[in-house]
Design a protein around this ligand. Sequence first.
Ligand SMILES: [Zn+2]
Length: 299
Amino acid sequence: MTSDRLAHLSLARAVVDRDAMHRGDAEWLRRAWAADSSRVVRVHDGHVAVVGDPPRLDLDVRPDVDEQQRFFLGVDGGIAYFAAVVDDAEPETFQGLRAVGAVLDAREAGLVVHAVSLANWHATHTHCPRCGGPTRPDAAGHVRRCELDGSEHYPRTDPAVIMSVVDVEDRLLLGRQATWERGRFSTLAGFVEPGESLEAAVRREVGEEVGVRLGSVRYLGSQPWPFPSSLMLGFRGEARSTELTLHDGEIAEARWFTRPEILDAIRSGELRVAPTISIARRLIEHWFGGELPTNVNPP
Ligand SMILES: [Zn+2]
């Protein structure tokens, strides 16, 4: 598997043209919203409206919301896509990205992460960080503007690094977070700190969590992860040491795996790796060189 394949497989695929040029055109947006062909991702509390089994996005309902509650997502094949934040939702028709991400196609997954990321941001940025005044959505949901001082505020994305760490014997390092159940392992990850490069963040996190020193660090691909607003940046780091020292308490257990060991551990149910929609799974499979089996009977 190449890094191109990693990028292709990740949730980062954006097939809908975001068409940012039209975000400031109120008349065009009104006509697009009213058009019969337009489609709407309804969002409620981080969940999206779905229909059917396996679920697909339910895009056919035009909810009765005002302009402040709808965001323009873009255009695909002449069809305009919007997101709308709705107050009332039947719980069984709304599902989270974790539940439906693996079964949605690339276009739908891209719409969902865009819609949910914007909705999360609007829900938590109702006031101006400069003066404390109320802010209101602008630019079809891609800006919030302060009603008192007019300042513009943009959707927030928090960069996080996630990395496969591979030693000179080509073994992969996986860790179990202290809050995870036994048997669940994944790649290490952490947030980028202010003023820090991505590569430095990779080295720091690996050093803090397991005490391993890294040589070269190489970027592989990214994935938006709207829980609530992360962008996961995937790397591969070459380990220059193999002794594991768990420093900061975040990682409860860490292990080096050969390819046969990881296969055996998954097949026996001893090991559970990240779900197929996650970049963690893609990083592990990138090292492995192909798709890994999924536990039939998880521990
Ligand atoms: Zn203000």
